[in-house]
Design a binder for this molecule. Structure first.
Ligand SMILES: Cc1ncc(COP(=O)(O)O)c(C=O)c1O
Length: 388
């Protein structure tokens, strides 16, 4: 009998498993399913990405192993891009590290910095790898509750002193998944002060930084003077350029943190396929218009989804960012019940908020991965199934 290592228990997600079973049952008997569960972009990347990828495939040496940290030309393009879009000055050689998706960095940071028993401050609800990576490193997660009345920002003053004495790292994520919340530069400035006072490494996951609507923009954590003394920021091609499968992302900021993360990563794997880095270089140089159009598409999706909900007086607030809607379930309906019933009765997959942490009870996450007309129909269906 094959026995898993005990650490494999960190990966069991009972709610998601149950939903997958229900989806499979429906599909087996030929019933339709619309999946608004996983946040995998359904829209294509900018044309320049597949085009540059095809050209790069014919270059000599393209199939060789790559250095972990990324090609110099890609890192230079990253430095130019973040200068143009967020007014950041970063040294492409020491302050940029290419990663195999943001997931790669998130999965390995705790292994590189957390000793057994060290506390890591994490958002609740939050993206699941944050907790898993801490547990794999024998660290201890401390969950900072994200409350709606606090605009889903962690309240730093609420973190107990005895926790802070053992805390090594803090993970933040704005625009947030699943809450779609935005942080201000003032908030980030407080985080930098807090991190200095308590000697914390800050990891800001900015995977959704370019998906912001209504003419707003999301600040970079590194715009705060001195932020690079305490932390790093993660950016991803997956959502910014609808380029999730090729696994392309980058980390910016503190040299020592990036150097140590790179050292660990170089033992675990090699660098991103050079053709993908070459294509990424072109996108960073040429695809600003695409980024604006992508925002417009998601904004239209959000508006289509919210029109029926607002008209029916659902107590909902339009999110200003991300590809997700974090929807409060009607009174008396748990997150799990909502998702289960909506799938069984309407064939629509949503994720129960509890899959993102205990604070997700009473919420479901809807990924806007269908065109506006379908999302509008889904909202109408929701109102019918769950009358207020
Ligand atoms: C908050 C957050 N961070 C990171 C990731 C992973 O991004 P990547 O595809 O770059 O690994 C996701 C993916 O959904 C995410 O939602």
């Amino acid at each position: 009998m094959v026995q898993e290592a005990q650490r494999m228990r960190f990966f069991s997600q009972a709610v998601f498993y149950e939903l997958t079973e229900l989806v499979n049952e429906r599909k087996k008997i030929g019933l339709p399913v619309i999946d608004l569960g996983i946040g995998s972009p359904d829209m294509p990347p900018p044309d320049i990405l597949p085009h540059a990828l095809r050209l790069a495939l014919d270059q000599p040496g393209v199939f060789g192993y790559q250095r972990t940290e990324g090609t110099e030309s890609f890192r230079t393009a990253i430095a130019d891009f973040v200068k143009r879009r967020y007014q950041l000055t970063v040294d492409p050689i020491h302050e940029v590290l290419v990663t195999i998706g943001a997931q790669d960095a998130l999965a390995h940071l705790a292994l590189a910095f957390v000793n057994p028993g060290d506390v890591v401050l994490l958002p609740n609800p939050g993206y699941p790898i944050y907790e898993v990576s801490v547990r794999l490193a024998d660290g201890v997660p401390y969950f900072m509750p994200l409350k709606e009345e606090n605009n889903f920002l962690p309240n730093l003053d609420d973190i107990p002193r005895e926790i802070l004495q053992h805390a090594k790292m803090m993970v933040l994520n704005f625009p947030g998944n699943p809450t779609a919340s935005l942080a201000t530069l003032e908030y980030f400035a407080d985080v930098v002060n807090f991190a200095r006072t308590h000697n914390l490494i800050v990891v800001h996951d900015a995977a959704y930084i370019e998906l912001v609507f209504d003419g707003l923009s999301a600040p970079s954590f590194l715009q705060v003077p001195g932020a690079a003394e305490v932390g790093i920021e993660l950016h991803s091609f997956s959502k910014t350029f609808n380029f999730a499968g090729p696994r392309l992302a980058f980390a910016l900021g503190n040299k020592q943190i990036l150097n140590t993360l790179g050292k660990l990563k170089s033992q675990i794997d090699y660098g991103v396929f050079s053709a993908i880095q070459a294509a990424g270089t072109q996108a960073l140089q040429q695809a600003d218009t695409f980024i604006e159009q992508n925002r417009i598409h998601y904004q239209a999706r959000r508006d289509a989804l919210f029109e029926p909900l607002l008209a029916a007086n659902w107590p909902v607030r339009k999110p200003a960012a991300s590809m997700f809607v974090w929807l409060k379930t009607p009174q008396g309906v748990t997150a799990g019940d909502f998702s289960r019933r909506f799938l069984q009765e309407s064939g629509i997959v949503t994720l129960p908020g509890t899959g993102f942490g205990s604070e997700g009870e009473g919420y479901v996450r809807i990924a806007m991965v269908q065109p506006p007309a379908i999302l509008q129909q889904i909202a109408i269906e929701m109102i019918k199934r769950f009358p207020l």
